[in-house]
Design a protein around this ligand. Sequence first.
Ligand SMILES: [Zn+2]
Length: 241
Amino acid sequence: MAQLRFTFGTMGSGKSTQALQIHHNLRARGLTTILTTQLDRAEGRVSSRLGVSAEAELADPGTDLFEMVRRRMARLGSVDAVICDEVQFYSPNQCEQLARVVDDLAVDVYAFGLLTSFQGELFPGTARMLELADQRTEIQVEARCWCGSRATHNARFVDGEQVVSGQLKVVGDTSGPASGEVTYDLLCRSHWMDGARRARGSQLELLDADDARSPNTDEDHSGPVEVDPAAVPTPLKANDR
Ligand SMILES: [Zn+2]
């Protein structure tokens, strides 16, 4: 029976390497596979940090993955497996299309993706894959935070400062001249949360700075307060009636 398998991990945990390995192993047995990825650094390729890569179909947000596989089956006679990288960027709808590839076309799907974003939350595609998959596997790779603890969280930095707001999908070097250099690193939860708190704090400081721009903020309110008697309501007295 065909299955929907979802394998997730942090950046650098070897997801693409595993995707490429499965792709290679099945092809070596003469099976027909489709390798897909979402727009990433390398257009139309799945690349492993270890230096291996293979051509892949680019699935943009508008791609109907079910239709893509169905048409390919019609052309090639059969498709044995679909291997998808960067599934965190697939829309929930596209994840459902992959489930239909398994159920209606009886084709195995191997999906790989990041668990959480730089904001520390599940990607929409990842959440849907966790809900739908027949098998969910976390890649256990010994990645370390700079402090030596196990690194479990993806952090985004702009000009070296951790950020928690911004678009989910930003690849380094794509920003215009106005924004800073975007980089990513792996942290332990504790240091990820330290950085996230600092980032939120500096956002609050920005808001405070906006307030400070309003007039009169620098006036000294610590002295005696003058009261305009006309502005104070006169207490009602019983004998006024
Ligand atoms: Zn740490």
